[in-house]
Each structure stands twice: as C-alpha cells, then as structure tokens.
Design a protein around this ligand. Structure first.
Ligand code: T5A
Length: 214
C-alpha cells in the first residue's frame, strides 16, 4: 500500500533587495524538513535552465542597452511561466512544500508600481504566466530601503547588478508598493519586520505557518 500524499503547500517570499528572503527560506526549509516534509526551494527570476538564462540577461545586460520596462516585464513573466510548469506545478502535484524566492508580486511591485507600467497589463500578464498556481501564503520581509542598500553594499563578493543600481526612491516605491499590496490582500500576505534578528524572524514565520495550519 502506498503512503498517502501530504498536502501541498506553496509559500512565496517577497521584499526588497537585502531584506533577508534567502536567509529565511533556508531556515524555513530546515524546519519543514525536520518536520518530515519534502521541500522544493526555488527562485525568480531563474529556477530552470531557461529561467537562469533569462535571469542573466535581466541582471547583467549592459545598462547602456536601456532595456525597456515592457521588455523587462515580459522577461520576468517568461521566466515565471517556465518555472511554474517545469518545477512548481509538478512539485505541488506530488504534495511537496514549495518555497519560492519572489513570485508574481515582484512584478506587480517592481514593474507595476516602481516602473509605473499600468495595472491592467501587469495583472493580465502575471495571471497568464502563473495560471492557477497561486501561493497559499506570501511573506513580505519589510525593511527600510536604506538598510537594504547597506546590506547589499556589505557583500564583498558581488558588484551591484543592473537592478541594484536603481535609486533609493525606486526602492522606497518598492517598499510602499508591497505594503499597499499586503493591505489589499490580508488573507494571503504576512508582513514581517525584517530588521530584527534572523532567528526571531524565523520563529515568527514558523508560528504563522502553524497558526494557519498550513
Ligand atoms: N525582480 C524580480 C523584478 O523586478 N521583477 C520580478 O518579477 C522579479 C521576480 C532579483 C531582482 O529582480 C527584480 C528584483 C530584484 O532586483 P536577486 O539577485 O534575486 O534579484 O535579488 P533579491 O531577490 O533582491 O535577493 P538578495 O539576495 O538581494 O536579498 P535577500 O535574499 O532578500 O537577502 P539575503 O537573505 O541574501 O540577505 C542579504 C544580506 O543580509 C544579511 C544576510 O546575511 C546577507 O548578508 N541578513 C541579515 N542581517 C541582519 N539581520 C537580518 N535579519 C538579516 N537577514 C539577512
């Protein structure tokens, strides 16, 4: 007799650069695995071979080439469409936990709010890319734009990429965009104060997962 499949669970993480998404995803993965769950960790843009090639283009194309906001939007959506069908949907159908570093809300906020592309095409393209696969929970790690900048600067390994060269005003708009989005969809979003110690944040996230019986 085969063992019954566990309930699939899809959690996305959002927030500006340096907000601590990668750190918290690793801590949550560890908690889920200790609880006996099979976890897929993935990221956007990227997560598939095609997606990683699109990621490289988005992050490292020469700034002089001046990628248009519309082209940028479609590239993020293309990476997402591939990731959903190749990785996320099969994992959810197998009853796994999926932890995704950014998802469609990044497009709503970065391309919609910060790049000022109008709401209707952003929403339509987002939903075309993801189909029926929406997160059960979306965690926003909220930090002031200045702190994100400091955390990125303190990374000695990388030079800032194309997106990381935006102005402080851009990141302030991103932060406001996330907070407004969370207010409009309180059932799906959890806003967490990302300025606290890593372990404190991880505990709050785990408590919320338990509270929601996810
Ligand atoms: N984008 C993406 C769009 O414009 N539209 C879209 O649709 C999508 C999907 C992706 C870029 O693409 C844009 C958004 C981005 O500009 P990325 O390289 O994937 O770029 O970068 P980010 O997702 O922004 O991830 P980062 O790696 O920059 O930041 P994280 O993952 O949020 O943060 P993390 O965990 O790596 O932490 C950063 C540093 O802070 C420390 C860590 O140790 C690390 O050094 N840190 C803390 N320090 C103190 N206290 C804490 N609580 C800390 N948590 C972490």
């Amino acid at each position: 007799m085969s063992t019954p499949k566990q309930r699939a669970l899809f959690i996305s993480f959002e927030g500006s650069e340096g907000s601590g998404k990668t750190t918290q995803i690793a801590l949550l993965q560890d908690r889920f695995e200790k609880a006996g769950r099979n976890v897929l960790v993935t990221r956007e843009p990227g997560g598939t071979q095609i997606g990683e090639e699109i990621r490289h283009l988005l992050k490292h194309c020469q700034t002089q080439s001046k990628m248009t906001p519309e082209a940028e939007l479609l590239l993020f959506a293309a990476s997402r469409a591939q990731l959903v069908r190749e990785k996320i949907a099969p994992a959810l159908l197998e009853g796994r936990v999926v932890l995704c570093d950014r998802y469609l809300d990044s497009t709503t906020v970065y391309q919609g709010v910060a790049r000022k592309i109008s709401k209707d095409p952003v929403s339509m393209i987002n939903h075309f890319a993801v189909g029926e696969f929406m997160p059960d929970l979306t965690i926003i790690l909220d930090i002031p734009a200045e702190l994100g900048f400091k955390r990125i600067e303190s990374r000695t390994s990388d030079l800032p990429d194309r997106m990381e060269q935006e102005s402080i005003e851009f990141y302030m708009a991103v932060r406001e965009g996330y907070l407004l989005l969370a207010k409009s969809l309180p059932d799906r979003f959890l806003v967490v104060d990302g300025t606290r110690a890593k372990e404190k944040i991880a505990q709050e996230i785990w408590n919320e997962v338990a509270r929601r019986k996810l």
